[in-house]
Design a protein around this ligand. Structure first.
Ligand SMILES: NC(=O)c1ccc[n+]([C@@H]2O[C@H](COP(=O)([O-])OP(=O)(O)OC[C@H]3O[C@@H](n4cnc5c(N)ncnc54)[C@H](O)[C@@H]3O)[C@@H](O)[C@H]2O)c1
Length: 509
């Protein structure tokens, strides 16, 4: 038998630059048991051929992995995006990694050429990192063209997208990997271990509060995400991470959902009410406004968006107080789980600090996870938000009253609170991205099953967006929504195809 190897960590940290980079993202030495073990690549085995569809910001993580740590198991063979400027950018990244004096010159396709790309470039796997509303169509077409799929969250934005994807998976029998990176953040894995160990007994309820600050939270109101038709709103785009965590922590599926929320802080109406007055239409070129993002301040943002604007007119730095925002910024959701537990969830997108709190109540006690990712948003002397205090001389990096960090505690009845040690992770998103990438690219070389069951597929993707889709419907109707009435195409409990008439009966889009 071959000896296990753990390869060095070279995958890039690839978070949205407005997102906080918590200390756990910077560690390079993972804690015990955090990184799975993989066998060496069998000699002479051909690399899998990957195409990246949607060459924006998030694609960078996969591109970096395939020209770096995972170049021995996979190679990028083509791009697919409507915007040639962004494909140019990544062609340059690959060319540089290959030591070429210029771009790699990989074949490139517009979205309507996806099938031709799969056939002509003999693509094994399509990585879908396009905007959310396009996922269902692209996943369906890629599977039917004969490729496996790796898709970013959210799986899709609506019930019709769920039906389309579940049908395509069932009819093609092909593989779909859903990349839920938050599961791989050690703090979230540790909470799953606590619950699975039975220490707090049977779970009766979960309270989950997520706070996005005025830098990272604001970013959703500048970009395509601000239009609900593109993203499904934050309940689908962002909270699908959180709902997946709860589904996975409990090993359960959502059954009934009630939601309340609105756009109360961002947007032109709120700006009028607070008398904000005339504002610049975009952040680039604006100084002294902590809600603005100047694309020229970050070479990658400039190359991917500002320099590519002439191709499609997409403006990535729109004013967060401008008209046209159709998503909410304050949200509360109540979810009844099939197994009997209740989730109370809230999301706020204009908090002065960023992080989350989870309380899990059980018949034997409770577990609590508290995470501060950014203690406060510093504003420099010119009035601009400081994105990376560690790179700004004189800027504070931590708030003593709200120190950045993570705490997991367990308290059982009639006992004092105990701290649960969280092992160090590696890479972005709380230490989740780099470990996720190993599971995505080397899954077939894994030594042993993952006791945490972190790898996710299409059913997990449907279960996660089911809550947001139901919540969006509840926001419209003011009524609780039964998940089984959504017509998602599968029974969430076991993945069995849902009868066609049930799927069609009153199913919202
Ligand atoms: N897991 C995470 O933590 C995480 C983090 C960031 C983004 N994401 C996800 O990654 C995806 C991309 O987000 P992003 O931040 O990179 O956005 P982006 O705007 O930077 O990139 C989206 C890209 O998709 C392209 N595109 C538009 N229509 C297309 C079509 N029909 N076919 C192919 N490409 C098309 C755009 O031109 C753009 O290049 C989203 O689904 C997002 O939810 C996940």
């Amino acid at each position: 038998m071959t000896s296990p190897v753990t390869s060095p960590v070279t995958s890039p940290v690839d978070q949205n630059p407005t997102a906080p980079l918590p200390a756990s993202s910077a560690s390079t030495q993972p804690g015990e048991g955090v990184v799975p073990q993989f066998a060496p690549v069998p000699q002479g085995r051909p690399r899998r051929r990957y195409a990246v569809v949607g060459t924006g910001h998030r694609a960078g993580m996969y591109v970096g992995a395939l020209v770096g740590e995972h170049a021995d198991v996979g190679e990028i063979v083509a791009w697919c995006d409507p915007n040639p400027g962004r494909m140019d950018y990544y062609d340059g990244v690959v060319g540089q990694a290959q030591g070429l004096d210029g771009a790699a010159g990989l074949p490139r396709y517009a979205p309507d050429g996806l099938e031709a790309m799969v056939a002509e470039q003999r693509v094994d796997v399509v990585v879908v990192t396009s905007l959310d509303r396009t996922h269902a169509e692209l996943v369906d077409r890629a599977l039917r063209a004969g490729a496996d799929v790796v898709v970013e969250k959210p799986l899709t934005t609506d019930a019709a997208g769920c039906r389309r994807i579940t049908t395509a998976v069932a009819e093609t029998g092909r593989d779909l990997v859903m990349t839920f990176n938050y599961r791989y953040a050690p703090r979230n894995s540790s909470l799953r271990e606590v619950i699975a160990s039975g220490r707090i007994g049977q779970v009766t309820s979960v309270h989950f509060e997520w706070a996005l600050d005025t830098v990272h939270g604001a970013d959703y109101f500048r970009r395509w995400h601000r239009d609900k038709a593109n993203s499904g709103g934050l309940l689908v785009h962002k909270s699908s991470h959180h709902f997946d965590l709860v589904n996975w922590w409990l090993g359960d599926v959502p059954a009934r959902v009630y939601a309340s929320g609105a756009l109360r802080f961002y947007g032109d109406k709120a700006a009028d009410e607070r008398g904000l007055g005339e504002r610049p239409a975009r952040g680039t070129g604006t100084a002294g406004d902590p809600f603005s993002l100047d694309l020229t301040a970050d070479p990658r943002l400039k190359a991917l968006y500002l320099d590519a604007e002439n191709h499609d007119g997409y403006v990535r730095d729109q004013d967060v107080f401008a008209p046209g925002i159709t998503i909410e910024d304050n949200l509360a959701v109540l979810v009844d789980y099939a197994g009997g537990a209740t989730l109370t969830y809230s999301l706020n997108a204009h908090s002065p600090w960023e992080g989350y709190r989870v309380t899990v109540n059980g018949t034997a006690g409770r577990a609590e996870l508290e995470v501060v990712e950014r203690g406060f948003v510093e504003v420099d002397e010119d009035g601009n938000a400081v994105l990376d205090p560690s790179a700004t001389p004189g800027a504070a990096t931590s708030d003593p009253l709200r120190p950045e960090g993570e705490h997991l505690t367990v308290q059982t009845h009639w006992h004092r609170t105990e701290e649960v040690a969280i092992p160090a992770g590696i890479g972005g998103h709380g230490g989740g991205d780099a470990i996720l990438l190993k599971d995505v690219f080397r899954r077939d070389l894994r030594l042993g099953e993952d006791p945490l069951g972190r790898a996710a597929g299409h059913l997990d993707g449907v279960r996660a967006v089911a809550v947001g889709i139901a919540a969006n419907r509840s926001l419209l109707t003011g009524q609780p929504v039964l998940v089984e009435d959504l017509g998602l195409g599968v029974d969430l409990r076991d993945g069995a195809p849902q009868a066609a008439d049930a799927a069609a009966a009153g199913a919202p889009a």
